[in-house]
Design a protein around this ligand. Sequence first.
Ligand SMILES: NC(=O)c1ccc[n+]([C@@H]2O[C@H](COP(=O)([O-])OP(=O)(O)OC[C@H]3O[C@@H](n4cnc5c(N)ncnc54)[C@H](O)[C@@H]3O)[C@@H](O)[C@H]2O)c1
Length: 262
Amino acid sequence: MTPDGDRTRDGRLEGKIAAVTGARGGIGQAICERFAREGARVMAGDLARGDAPLPAGVDYLPLDVTDESAVRGFFDQVTATAGRLDILVNAAAIEIEKTIEDTSLEDWNRIFAVNVTGTFLVCKFALPLLRAAGGGSIVNFGSYDGFIADPGLAAYCATKGAVHALTRAMACDHGPENIRVNAICPGFIDTPMLQSFFGTSGDIESLKDEVRRIHPVRRYGTPRDAASLVTWLASDEAGYASGQLWVLDGGLTAQVQQMRVP
Ligand SMILES: NC(=O)c1ccc[n+]([C@@H]2O[C@H](COP(=O)([O-])OP(=O)(O)OC[C@H]3O[C@@H](n4cnc5c(N)ncnc54)[C@H](O)[C@@H]3O)[C@@H](O)[C@H]2O)c1
């Protein structure tokens, strides 16, 4: 077993049809691979086609989550190709590393368009398919930044707080239809988004080491860590789990601040 607990558990999602947005990003890609390994057929939506090969059972469909007609078209294609939908994962997002004073209205509208409006639109057009399938599981991506703040990420933090609230509201509205809605709220997961957070100037490697050391588990999360939790939430094993915000941060936010003082 690897440090991120990766074990092959083929068959947990056997026969399920899943749609994943942000599917060509660090975490989205790992979710698609894991879902396929667990027996799901996956519709992988993203703006970018990406270079990494797609595993068997994963079909790429171009998708801009901010564009209502594109989202409608994406689910028309899911219906035409797979005939149903059981699982939706909303992993598409962008990050803008700025304080509020440095954030332009254009920046603000752009990050809300992708992270919040995108999640809204994708859920809106997926719900009829999930209902027609007799129920299903939606997993949104919040962040620990929706609870506490990293410096210089104000607009991003605000979008993740909105996703958390949307997740709870949808779980209440659609629970009676057997549709569960959860959000996973990662801390530091080693993906291109994390690299962008650390930037390119200064002694990045020392900074990364310092941040790694303040984690109780002394490592960053991997995309496979995130995919493991998403897989459980998407599966029938999580049949009683809904409306919750699942923090996945290696214990980072469990500790008191003075533990961070060297
Ligand atoms: N990496 C972390 O440390 C971390 C921490 C907390 C939360 N998250 C959340 O996890 C999720 C996945 O993040 P990641 O680290 O894999 O990021 P990433 O940047 O690697 O991937 C994001 C993907 O979203 C896609 N995307 C962006 N705009 C889009 C649009 N308009 N339509 C469709 N696709 C679009 C990008 O092309 C990219 O493939 C995000 O919601 C992110 O906010 C990540």
